[in-house]
Design a protein. Structure first.
Length: 317
């Protein structure tokens, strides 16, 4: 478990004990509490010190939810996703927000939140404005997806080149992996887009007209992400068609070469079979060295050369 309390001016208390949290709550000054991989004692603080609704506590303990925003009196419960360097590439963040505090709860690493905490420590930003602080958290998580999608663009270009240079199972497996990751991102981002697209200013405590502009910008970013993911999904389908088409063309080329080889050997087999018959005439008259060379070897060689020249003129070779 890792906990960090960011005070109004950006000072960090790490890790904060329950007394420090209760002291900040009683002071009335806004603060940001970040909980990574919380245990039962942390949820006990959320339940007893913050007095969150039992349903909100239950939701905060249950990871794997869709993005959503729920209002509980003077605070909201928000589920939002960002990028994380783990297997699924996602970090699910549960936010409790009011004009007195912001509590973020997550299990996985959240690089976007770590960058915000570093900025607070360097005094580049502070948490004096509650709505602006919530926006920075949400915007940081949303924007963390853009570099990931830029990486998809580069990877897709490399895959298309591999399909022509060396098609095989490895590029196809990478393409299917990319498709699965895009599907995972789509399942996370699409609900987020819907949440902020229909966001009412009255749903977020302390959100004035100026701060609402920032959250509309978040909605715009989410629409851009969703459109980019849809475009990449279509490109992966197109790349799969390219792979199948390339594989089919290569298979046709191999079948063409095998057919030509079989066609060349077909008359040779006929000639060899004809002179190999045990009829009396064949036994009596085809027995000299000259007959063997002319009928058994030269005729087959001339036939093979004739077929090769014919195929080349037809541009089949």
């Amino acid at each position: 478990m890792s906990a960090t309390l960011i005070e109004r001016d950006g000072d960090a208390v790490e890790p904060p004990d329950r007394a420090a949290i209760e002291e900040h709550l009683s002071s009335g000054e806004f603060f940001w509490l970040d909980l990574q991989d919380p245990d039962d004692s942390d949820f006990e603080v959320l339940r007893d010190a913050f007095e969150f609704h039992p349903l909100a506590i239950e939701d905060s303990q249950d990871f794997g939810q869709r993005a959503k925003l729920e209002t509980y009196g003077d605070y909201i419960f928000l589920v939002i996703y960002g990028w994380s360097p783990d297997d699924d590439g996602l970090v699910e963040v549960h936010c409790f927000y009011s004009e007195r505090f912001l509590v973020t709860v997550h299990r996985d690493d959240a690089p976007a939140l770590d960058e915000l905490k570093k900025s607070c420590a360097a005094r580049r930003i502070n948490v004096r404005d509650p709505a602006l602080t919530l926006h920075r958290v949400v915007d940081g998580l949303v924007d963390s997806f853009f570099p990931v999608l830029d990486g998809f663009d580069v990877e897709l270009d490399e895959l298309e080149g591999d399909f022509f240079r060396a098609p095989g199972d490895e590029p196809l497996q990478r393409l299917f992996s990319m498709k699965r990751r895009l599907a995972t991102l789509r399942r996370a981002i699409a609900p987020e887009r819907d949440v902020f697209a229909h966001l009412d200013r009255d749903e977020i405590p302390g959100l004035d007209t100026e701060s609402a502009h920032y959250f509309r910008d978040v909605s715009d970013h989410l629409y851009r992400l969703a459109e980019t993911i849809d475009n990449f999904h279509e490109l992966t389908l197109a790349a799969m068609d390219v792979f199948l088409s390339t594989s089919s063309n290569r298979m046709n080329e191999v079948m063409k070469q095998l057919t030509i080889i079989a066609t060349i050997f077909l008359p040779l087999s006929y000639i060899a079979g004809f002179f190999g018959q045990n009829f009396r005439f064949m036994v009596d008259h085809v027995g000299s060295a000259a007959a063997f060379v002319l009928g058994g070897m030269l005729l087959q060689l001339v036939t093979a050369i004739f077929l090769v020249v014919y195929f080349r003129r037809k541009q089949w070779l």
